[in-house]
Design a protein around this ligand. Structure first.
Ligand code: FES
Length: 176
């Protein structure tokens, strides 16, 4: 067999050209990927994602939560909330929803309508009707109970909670 029957083999110049082109394409791809990532990160920094305000979730009907009563509620993310009625009307401002976890050491806070306060029995932590600590260790630390927004529609009470799993009212308690 002679060389005439063999396929053409690339010359040294062809191989060098191919390698050079491949390296150029790879480098350009790397630059594009690198700058693309930089632009994406910069974009996220300059234009942060829309803050998740959560979703509205049904709590109870307003007529089932009478004056002096409160109920325990667990948000989809597992946060424990106390929802209390503080006024006679059926508008949302007659109710309040606060975290029932004491910011001092995490005991359960409850609504005491007859004293117009939220109370933590662990170390006598006292909170005003808006959840601001006014006595005990939480007051000394300037703490307050986290508040959740409420809304009433057609006699139905809704709470605004972070989105995740779903839970409902835990139990009703009478504190009057
Ligand atoms: S845990 Fe509530 S006052 Fe200490």
């Amino acid at each position: 067999m002679t060389d005439e029957h063999l396929p053409d083999r690339p010359s040294g110049d062809d191989r060098r050209g191919f390698l050079k082109n491949t390296a150029t394409v790879a480098m350009a791809g790397g630059l594009v990927a690198g700058y693309g990532s930089f632009v994406a990160i910069a974009g996220r920094f300059l234009y942060p994602a829309h803050h998740d305000n959560g979703q509205w979730q049904f709590v109870t009907t307003t007529d089932r939560l009478q004056m002096g009563h409160s109920l325990a509620f667990i948000t989809p993310s597992g946060a424990k909330v106390v929802v209390a009625r503080q006024g006679e009307g059926d508008e949302a401002e007659n109710f309040i929803a606060l975290s029932s976890v004491c910011p001092h050491l995490g005991c359960q806070v409850h609504w005491e309508a007859f004293r117009n306060r939220f109370f933590c029995p662990c170390h006598n932590g006292v909170f005003d009707p808006q959840g601001v600590a006014i006595a005990g260790p939480p007051a000394a630390a300037g703490q307050r109970l986290k508040r959740f927004a409420l809304m009433v529609q057609d006699g139905l009470l809704f709470i605004q909670v972070p989105t995740e799993t779903v839970a409902g009212p835990e139990s009703e308690t009478q504190t009057a």
